[in-house]
Design a binder for this molecule. Structure first.
Ligand code: AVI
Length: 313
């Protein structure tokens, strides 16, 4: 088996500076990429199987039912690159259908990525697997030396693109364009606009897993930044904002309180919101306008029950 693991300089300093800047801002916010420590990765996997969170199941069903058609539309490729691959579960079916020689997976969740990519390499003896532990939003261009020559497919499933505001989503798609290269393609999944009650319920599951995922961010800061957040004094609050076309997730302070983070004090008023995530929802034409603006050309489109996959060249 061919497997290599490269860890880029620790994201620890960025966690500190970005969290302190976000808590000092008004309104307060923390980037959603910091949800994914080990506990956060496990909670996200649990979200994906909640009955209310149809996104992952629907994407899997769409991939499973349309895979031969999607693979035919993609054609022969030399390598797949998956930014934000996490536990590498989504790319397996594509690898089996497309038989690329190379797979490059990138993620900020170092341990989850390393274990999953090594297991995937073990299951595919002919595949050359490279796992790059990095914050790809900052360091995507550092992946260049590890890319195989030839026809590359960038795979970005799971509606992760929805976690970026539209202007940043467009910039990221431009960077994917450069990453893919001349003969490159992009297969991307995104959640569609739908009944707002369904969207609301997906981020307010009855078992409270999304609430635990949101609150785990504070737990992480307690452990990694010597913070003293009292999780009992913050409430998970998520809602669909139809004007902005996005789910917003917040942690609402249930009291007037002062929290210490990395030696600095931050005051929270009663009812004050700490904004932790946006999850944009699109119509197919809205999304393709962003991708075309980023230099891509639509090559294929498949959708099912409120979720879409688009192929670009
Ligand atoms: C990773 N991302 C696409 C998920 C989403 O739906 O925006 C993250 C998530 N947040 C709460 N539930 C799931």
């Amino acid at each position: 088996m061919a497997f290599r693991f490269v860890e880029f300089p620790s994201a620890g300093d960025e966690l500190r500076s970005e969290v302190l800047a976000g808590l000092a801002a008004s309104p307060k916010s923390i980037p959603p990429k910091y949800f994914y420590d080990e506990a956060g990765c496990r909670l996200f996997e649990a979200i994906c199987v909640q009955p209310e969170y149809a996104l992952t199941r629907t994407e899997q069903a769409l991939m499973a039912s349309k895979l031969p058609e999607i693979a035919a539309a993609i054609g022969a490729i030399d390598g797949i690159v998956e930014p934000g691959a996490g536990d590498c579960s989504k790319v397996r079916a594509l690898v089996d259908a497309l038989h690329p020689g190379h797979l490059i997976v990138l993620d900020i969740a170092t341990n989850t990525l390393a274990e999953a990519a090594e297991a995937l390499a073990g299951d595919h003896p002919g595949l050359d697997v490279t796992a790059l532990a990095m914050d790809f939003v900052r360091g995507l261009e550092s992946a260049a030396p590890y890319l195989p020559p030839g026809r590359r497919l960038v795979f970005y499933p799971g509606s992760s693109i929805g976690n970026f505001p539209p202007a940043e989503a467009r910039q990221l798609l431009e960077r994917f364009r450069r990453l893919a290269g001349e003969q490159g393609q992009l297969l991307i999944g995104f959640d569609l606009k739908k009944d707002p009650i369904l969207l609301h319920d997906a981020y307010n599951d009855a078992a409270g897993v999304t609430a635990a995922f949101n609150l785990n961010l504070l737990q992480r800061l307690n452990g990694e930044l010597e913070a003293d957040f009292d999780l009992e004094r913050f409430r998970h609050y998520a809602f669909y904002n139809p004007t902005a076309g996005r789910i917003e997730m917040h942690l609402i302070s249930l009291a007037e309180q002062t929290v210490s983070v990395a030696g600095q004090c931050f005051n929270f008023a009663l009812g004050e919101a700490l904004h932790t995530e946006n999850s944009y929802k699109f119509r197919c034409d809205e999304f393709s306008a962003i991708a075309v603006g980023a230099g891509w050309r639509v090559k294929g489109e498949w959708d099912m029950a409120g979720f879409a996959l688009q192929l670009y060249a």
